[in-house]
Write a protein that binds this ligand. Sequence first.
Ligand code: ADP
Ligand code: MG
Length: 406
Amino acid sequence: MRSVDDLISEGVSGRRVFLRADLNVPLDKARLSEGAAAITDDGRIRASLPTVQALRDAGARVVVAAHLGRPKGAPDPQFSLAPVAARLGELLGAPVPLTADVAGDDARAKVAALGNGDVLLLENVRFEAAETSKDDAERGELADRLAGLADVFVDDAFGAVHRKHASVYDVAGRLPHYAGRLVARELEVLRRLTTDPERPYVVVLGGSKVSDKLAVIEALLPKVDRLLVGGGMCFTFLAAQGHVVGTSLLEADQVDTCGRLLSAAGDRIVLPVDVVCADRFAADAEVRVVTTDAIPDDLMGLDVGPRTVEVFGSELANARTVFWNGPMGVFELAPFQDGTRGVAQAVGAIDGLSVVGGGDSAAAVRQLGLDESAYGHISTGGGASLEYLEGRELPGLAVLADGSGS
Ligand code: ADP
Ligand code: MG
């Protein structure tokens, strides 16, 4: 796999670079009119800077493509990349114009006007239905137009490499292609997690849906010393142990699978011993801490409790490698933050490699005011990291590894 640094050594001054980046940041919809201020966590924009900056410094004409949210394959102002263009410009200290279309007349005109070291952002690629189409020909037609805007392709959108999308996958078949610095860094860390990790190796999983994470649990179980399960997904495991989970998140159709995983895992899966419950999903709800064998019928568990933080903390204390994905509770609401904060602190405190994966987990680290530098790596890609750890082939990486391309 050739890297952007190889491209820079080849000489990229004056060349047009199609840079796919992951700029899919969370936005406060109520503040969309305020430009960059609407962005609630700019971590992904900052993570893309090293590659953008390196290309600018080398005199490239940088055409950045990215997606934001899930528009329905057509322009939709609430998914415009305008706030992102503004924030990227602030961080670079240089204007970043946004095109009106993805790969049409306006994009072509603005690319033609680029000078060496300039940066342009194309409007949300998902405004084109073809971007995410299952039809190769449809994606190919868009990829032709995107590739026509540039001379070479650099993929730095780690968070999208598990997608077979036009701007991630098909463009690589049409231009000489290189991996960006973020992609290289993410891969280096994932390789350390999958190639002979230093032990004890502890994985912490949380988040809302257990069905999203069963495949990774299955793949990781034989490899880890401990798997600590919190978040909304712990209730399906607790139900499999025969506990009543009240009105907590429960995926009834996954109870049997969770039961099977628990018996296969022996004591390697560790579940919460207490939970913070409330009668409803709200910041001003009345809160109660109960043990997991005594969850009242009419309450829902919205965070792991203080004793669980201690139990998980002692499992983490002597770990040498930790991968954490998924918040322990509804950290977006103040009464349900302590579990995520406590476990996140224990992850950051280990003597070894700590990796945080997942958009919400990374956002939690920053929103809860934790020290980002405590972690070995904060990944920008949730789904992509999980699929890599499952051992699946990621289309966006496979196509970069293939040295061909026109
Ligand atoms: P990541 O983006 O880090 O991979 P997920 O998207 O899987 O994480 O899950 C994040 C979401 O899980 C958060 O929005 C959080 O509110 C939610 N969550 C965590 N614990 C619970 C719970 N007990 N009940 C409901 N939702 C929960
Ligand atoms: Mg998420």
